[in-house]
Design a protein around this ligand. Structure first.
Ligand SMILES: [Zn+2]
Length: 67
């Protein structure tokens, strides 16, 4: 994936949490976990993300429609 800001190639990694992690806005709650529910509950959440080393941005794709 190329960075939409500077067009540099991004590296794929994980945003990790020892517990849960979600996006929230005005009462809406979007869980951002890639792991199956039981593994997430035991090990914490792992969320696939793309990082641009050049401009320092990290991007998370939501909706489960990514690699
Ligand atoms: Zn960038």
């Amino acid at each position: 994936m190329d960075c939409p800001y500077c067009k540099e190639e991004m590296e794929t990694g994980k945003v990790c949490s020892n517990s849960g992690l979600w996006w929230s806005c005005e009462g809406e709650k979007l869980t951002l976990n890639d792991e199956p529910k039981m593994i997430g509950a035991i090990n914490g959440y792992r969320i696939t993300a793309y990082r641009c080393k050049k401009c320092g941005k990290i991007i998370i794709l939501t909706g489960g429609n990514h690699e």
